[in-house]
Design a protein. Structure first.
Length: 476
């Protein structure tokens, strides 16, 4: 029978003493990131490799980024009728979790049931973690409910995955269930639960959990303090976030970014920018999220001067800036009317998404650069991307009196794209035709719109005052 590891009843059978061969000893010595292939070769030369040897290789593959090799090796061993132990099965389940390899994980689950390993607490913990990591929360929870003595790490994985997949309320219910079972949360659990509170913007529950942490007498570590700042900031309790941040023992870039994001999200962009520059004085290097927060604060406050300072800092100090930061720069320059700067950054984007093109179209339209707006839209379509109703509306608003031909071409594209009956697209068409002096076309579009008068009312409500007035002129 295979060797057992601790079971649900707490009994641990005495393991048999293993006698390692010289080749097995050499195998363990070869388990390094540079020699995992060599270890595999030694394993194949062993006439009857033991579980210890197999487990060592699988752990090596998993540890050094070759989880797929670990899974392949395990299945090869099963095909050769090699007997497995709990440690090997746990190791290969971890490899499956890393890759989110659900089909392989389910096959191993079947093997576990067949071989009678389903009484092993450690293996069940690994299975629950696997299903949770793969997003199969119902399967994870069903397995989870069958056992009453699961480890704290399994609770943390399950609560964390519920939070990650947007099910924060259920994550908090799991936390309460864990407390009812008499388990004492550690820093990791508290950190994850703060993330759950932040995801549902529940400041009340967040403060209760914070009180529980204090009552438990735990020492705050860096991830805990960062998640606490983030929770208060996302819930809009900025003074509590600031107090926690200022009294933190670990004010790193994550805490600074969370604080800046809170200021930006709740209409205090200048404070976000002040904190950004304070970070620079203290020598805290910003990451991509920090830079994006700072740029969004510039965009929200319309502060082009500070935006250019931050852009210069990025150029001089940050070699690994991702597309997200550059996209934020494009949006900022477009909104602030600095179209040339927007074009320069846009040209350097490694991947141009639809939203990036839309920002360029919108920026040109705001500045009434009609021909430029149409040109950018043409380039976007040449790359195989489709215009959406917002881009069509922006293009129409950019059209001047001299752009009758372009306006009619845009109208034909709107028809082809199926947006002709969209109320706000129709409102922009009427506006454009009226500006160009083609009132018959404006009237025709108005008559084709379903619910014409409700369109007029809604347009006025949403800020399309000129369009609403034009509807009146169209109906004479």
């Amino acid at each position: 029978m295979p060797r057992r590891i601790p079971t649900l009843d707490g009994h641990t059978p005495s393991p048999k003493r293993r006698v390692s061969s010289p080749k097995a000893t050499l195998l363990r010595q070869l388990v390094t990131p540079l020699r995992s292939t060599e270890a595999d070769q030694v394993f194949r030369r062993l006439p009857r490799a033991g579980c210890l040897s197999l487990c060592a290789i699988i752990c090596s593959y998993t540890k050094f980024g070759q989880a797929i090799q670990a899974i392949i090796l395990f299945f090869r061993a099963c095909q050769s009728a090699m007997e497995q132990d709990g440690h090997t099965i746990a190791a290969v389940l971890k490899a499956c979790s890393i890759l989110a390899a659900l089909p392989e994980g389910k096959a191993i689950h079947g093997y576990i049931l067949e071989q009678g390993f389903d009484a092993d607490v450690f293996i069940i913990n690994c299975l629950v973690s696997l299903y949770a990591q793969c997003g199969c929360l119902e399967d994870a929870y069903r397995l989870f409910e069958r056992y009453s003595r699961l480890e704290l790490v399994t609770w943390s994985v399950l609560i964390g995955q519920y939070t990650k997949l947007g099910r924060g309320h259920e994550a908090l219910q799991l936390y309460l269930q864990m407390l009812r079972q008499g388990l004492r949360p550690d820093n990791v659990i508290f950190t994850i639960v703060f993330n759950a509170c932040a995801s549902v913007a529940s400041i009340t529950q967040g403060m209760l959990v914070h009180d529980q942490f204090i009552q438990n007498g735990l020492r705050p570590d860096c991830p805990f303090e960062n998640s606490l700042v983030d929770m208060y900031a996302k819930c809009g309790s900025l003074e509590d976030a600031r107090h926690t941040f200022l009294n933190s023992q670990h004010r790193d870039v994550v805490a600074c970014s969370s604080m800046m994001n809170g200021f930006t999200q709740h209409g205090r962009p200048q404070e976000a920018l002040e904190l950004f520059w304070e970070m620079q004085k203290e020598g805290v290097q910003p990451n991509c999220f920090t830079l994006a927060c700072a740029l969004k604060a510039c965009s929200d406050s319309g502060d082009l001067w500070q935006a250019k300072l931050i852009h210069a800092h990025i150029v001089c100090s940050c070699n690994d800036v991702d597309n997200f930061v550059r996209s934020t720069l494009v949006n900022l320059y477009s909104k602030c009317g600095s179209i040339e700067d927007a074009h320069n950054v846009f040209a350097k984007l490694a991947t141009r998404r639809s939203v990036d093109w839309s920002m360029m179209i919108s920026g040109s339209a705001i500045q009434k650069h009609g021909q430029e707006t149409v040109h950018v839209a043409d380039l976007m379509q040449e790359e195989g991307l489709n215009l959406d109703r917002i881009s069509f509306t922006d293009m129409l608003k950019a059209c001047t009196r001299s752009m009758i031909g372009e306006a009619k071409l845009i109208h034909s594209q709107i028809i082809e794209s199926g947006f002709e009956c969209e109320k706000f697209v129709g409102a922009s068409l009427i506006d454009t035709y009226s500006i160009c002096g083609i009132l018959e076309d404006a009237r025709r579009v108005f008559n084709q719109l379903s619910g014409g008068w409700s369109c007029r009312t809604e347009s006025h409500y949403h800020g399309f005052c000129s369009e609403s007035m034009l509807y009146s002129s169209c109906t004479g």
